[in-house]
Write a protein that binds this ligand. Structure first.
Ligand SMILES: CC(=O)N[C@H]1[C@@H](OP(=O)(O)OP(=O)(O)OC[C@H]2O[C@@H](n3ccc(=O)[nH]c3=O)[C@H](O)[C@@H]2O)O[C@H](CO)[C@@H](O)[C@@H]1O
Length: 383
């Protein structure tokens, strides 16, 4: 029996690896528990309750600055979030705390460390964010997904395991290979959508008119561009499903012959596990340009093509789609190379280490809990 507290979120790229860990933990034993800590405005406030896990909220702002000392200062300058974190940890009594990045991760992991609870962080990107770089010094284990991230953390703590993928996404994906007649392009801009991608793709349609009847698009726009993108496809006579957000990414991937997307780390992990060929357009304003560094790993392996948004015209994008469509053997080779980078076992490996941390710290049964606390752990079922 183990209780894991997962702190962080904000965007899907941080939260979904946490959900993947949660799924692994609760399917191992019906009395295992997972609690999330996030913020009201993060994607977690919508997704976590839907997934059936309890969510505690803290009020945190982004932390910017440089160096360990300035982060500590910034964290202590947020006394409310910090006090809330202590309270949550005292109430929840987790055996292990895992930070997945995003606003809530910093104060909660720091508070857990001060309370003597074993901590770990999971860094999704090739270049770690500021908070994780600092938390790396205090946590017991640092999980990374790209070799490039190793250099930013104490060597002995690092475990390169890849980014955990949601079990539901994997299971459904394996079951949902769909036969389709048209060449299907999945277009999406990370968990929030991407204006740059929305614009380039609608511009690209102008140069793809002759292929209209053999192309099918599934396009996720994010909140703001839904109507204009929908209109773009409709006015130009293309067959397209245009949505604000895709709930079922497994069937979206399953139907795609080609994916056009940003280079968020969780997206890339999914592309490799699902063996998909992709055109990557990294988010140009990502901190330290980390999306381009993420993308490089796939490009160097021959699994993807990458274009800088500033250099990519609609016409160039159209030409690339056209070329890949007319060279299925090239697409196949990209798919194969993507598959070689996939780490489908990441969630399991992460959960194994959580068990080790619990056993080392609290013994094989975890923390002592009063009979009432233990009783509250009603057996849960998880689909
Ligand atoms: C702007 C920004 O700072 N983005 C960061 C954020 O990206 P972001 O939150 O966009 O994350 P990713 O691209 O890594 O992952 C997106 C996740 O959302 C899911 N999804 C996406 C679209 C959709 O309609 N439905 C859906 O479920 C995908 O399947 C995937 O699981 O976190 C990533 C992981 O730390 C970073 O690499 C990104 O740089």
């Amino acid at each position: 029996m183990m209780k894991v507290l997962i702190a962080g979120g904000g965007t899907g790229g941080h939260l979904f690896p946490g959900i993947a860990l949660a799924e692994e933990v609760v399917t191992r034993h019906h009395r295992n528990e997972v609690v999330f800590v996030g913020t009201e405005r993060g994607i977690e406030s919508r997704v976590v309750p839907k997934e059936g896990y309890p969510l505690e909220l803290v009020k945190v702002q982004g932390l910017k600055g440089k160096g360990f000392v300035s982060l500590l200062k910034a964290l202590f300058a947020l006394p409310l979030a910090f006090i809330e974190s202590f309270r949550i940890l005292a109430r929840q009594k987790p055996d292990v705390v895992v930070g997945v990045g995003g606003y809530a991760s910093g104060p909660v992991v720091l508070a857990a460390w001060l309370m003597g609870i074993p901590t770990a962080i999971q860094e999704q990107n090739a270049l770690p964010g500021f908070t994780n770089k600092v938390l790396g010094r205090i946590v017991r284990v640092v999980f990374i997904a790209f070799e490039e991230a190793r250099a930013f953390f104490p060597e002995k703590k690092v475990q390169l395991i890849g980014n955990p993928i949601r079990r539901k996404l994997m299971d459904n994906y394996l079951r949902s290979h769909v036969a389709h007649e048209r060449f299907s392009v999945l277009v999406f801009g990370g968990s929030l959508g991407a204006r740059g991608i929305n614009q380039r793709m609608t511009e690209a349609l102008d140069s793809l008119g002759d292929l209209k009847d053999s192309l099918h698009f599934v396009h996720q726009t994010g909140k703001n561009d839904l109507e204009s993108v929908r209109k773009g496809y409709a006015d130009k006579g293309f067959q397209a499903e245009v949505v604000e957000f895709i709930d079922d990414m497994s069937s979206a991937y399953a139907r795609a012959d080609l994916v056009v997307c940003r280079a968020g780390a969780t997206t890339l992990a999914e592309l490799t596990v699902c063996k998909k060929a992709s055109i990557l357009i990294p988010f140009p304003h990502a901190t330290d340009d980390h999306q381009a560094v993420n993308a490089r790993a796939l490009v160097d392996a021959g699994a993807a093509l990458m274009f800088r948004e500033s250099e990519l015209t609609g016409e160039k994008l159209a030409q690339t789609v056209r070329e890949l469509k007319s060279h299925p053997e090239r697409l196949k080779s990209m798919e194969k190379k993507a598959g070689l980078l996939g780490r489908p076992e990441a969630a399991k490996e992460l959960a194994d280490v959580c068990v080790d941390l619990m056993v080392q710290t609290w013994g094989p049964n975890g923390r002592e809990r009063t009979p009432i606390e233990a009783e509250k752990k009603a057996p849960r079922s998880h689909s």
